[in-house]
Design a protein around this ligand. Sequence first.
Ligand code: G6P
Length: 593
Amino acid sequence: MCGIVGYKGNKNAQEILTNGLSCLEYRGYDSSGIAYFINNKIKIEKAIGQIKNLKNKINYKEKSNLGIGHTRWATHGKVNLDNCHPHQVGKITLVHNGIIENYGEIKKKLQQFGYEFYGETDTEVACALIDYNYKKTSNMLKAIKKSINTFIGSYAFLILCSDECDKLYATRNNSPLIVALNNEETFLASDVPAILNYTNKYYLLDNKDIVKIDEKINFYDENLKQVTKKIKKYEIENINISKGKYKHYMLKEINEIDDVVRKTVAPFIIDENTFQSKFNFLSKFEKIEIVACGSAYHAGLIGKYLIEKYSDVNIDINIASEYRYKKHKFNCKTLVIIISQSGETADSLAALRIAKENNAKTLGIVNVYESSIAREADDVIYTQAGPEVAVATTKAYVSQVAIFSLIAMYFKSKNESIKNDLKDLKNLPEKIRNILNKDFQKFAKLIYKQNDVFFIGRQIDYALCMEGSLKLKEISYIHSEAYAAGELKHGSISLIDNNTVVIAINTDKDISLKTISNIKEVKSRGAYVIYLTNDKNIKEKFYDKLILIDNISPLVSPMLAIIPLQLISYYVANLKKCNIDKPKNLAKSVTVE
Ligand code: G6P
């Protein structure tokens, strides 16, 4: 992942670079650094941890108008200053987002030519290769071209050369990079948020394009032929993102879910009885393959259960990093749906490209406008979650589920009335608000000292368990597992002990009794059961604590049932004093494979 920024203009480069990095911190926060020209010499500052540590080290009084910056999510080598970007070898200084897969081989060759390495990163090796090629050619464009012909992998590089104190070079392959402009100023960044305070006009680079920024912006293709590019305009207003009255972005974002659902479904509903059939095109497919990572995969799993129930279409659900390497059987009746909040997740993007290469139709369900998946998919449905800052997704996940709920309604509407479903969907934001106003801290107190927590449920409830369990793990660092309720007895029930916390979800009346039997199995082995259900008429007490949610259409209910789980995870992490918005080892946009 990693975030990179570059600047050339008449303002203070250090300030623009570090502010840009703050906007990209969601891409990684292990360490950060900047390099800038000062009196024709390159100066580098680096710091471990969050950008604020870097900001504390920088002398903003120095006058520099050109520089590059990086915020790291470690892929190769520990989190230390040696592995922190920018890297400098000989005359070349650079920052990198991506992975150079053949760096081991390149490193060996360069060592034979006398290069020595101070750290463990692939980036330092890439830097050395460009230096080596620069020494041979005395021409930066040629040196970059020669080097990228050798690199295997993904990259976005911003490059400085000590001999050219008024120039900035960049290139990319399968890692995002934009070049933005505002009068005499040029900005480079992994993503739009880093530049929105200055401009909304930008260029997109194609793979292997090289850019040279001097008095103007010069684009070259991979054969070094100069090319022209069209300016794009980011039309979404620059929303001032702040935590407002909330302690963390995550809590703020959970509290936005009622509104997000309202906005996401609005374009599809004409009135209480009529459903805007924007999904007609779905009828022509016999098979839908849903592909995603992390929480987006869990949203897709709910989609699979919902659509399967109301259609004859075969639905397959895949983790993107696995999907890429499986044997595919596409035909013209296959639709591949890629779900991604960021629209940049490397494995999801690669899956999309595989589908396209094989002539399958593709649909992106994406939150970030103009992101790679949104641009490359044949069709795109935007979720309306707005910018999500907390690394652990909450509102974007629910907005993805909302789209699947609409798709399932579309299929249902072909054979049955969806009047009640639509009514429940319309009333959903209010019901979400009611849950948001309830106290979930009392449940968190029961959990935060535990080492392990189990989530059990069947079908859609199982998919909700997976998301609930992931939330708890990622922000509170408590080990947890989600189990299909009927499966636990095939091994893992051996871990259930006196006071092991089991969160059981049971919202599907058709299989409710089966799940209750499984709950009794763990209860009789000493588990402490927190029971989440929509059944008001529970006849016996086979649980310890109850979370009761409203009984609404099964097509809508998952969006309600997930909220208590999100809030419990949040409060557990809060009690443990975790860094909730930026959990350790994670990043929001995962642009490495
Ligand atoms: C990361 C994030 C998760 C997210 C996953 C997929 O792991 O931390 O919250 O679900 O990536 O991201 P995407 O942007 O493709 O939805």
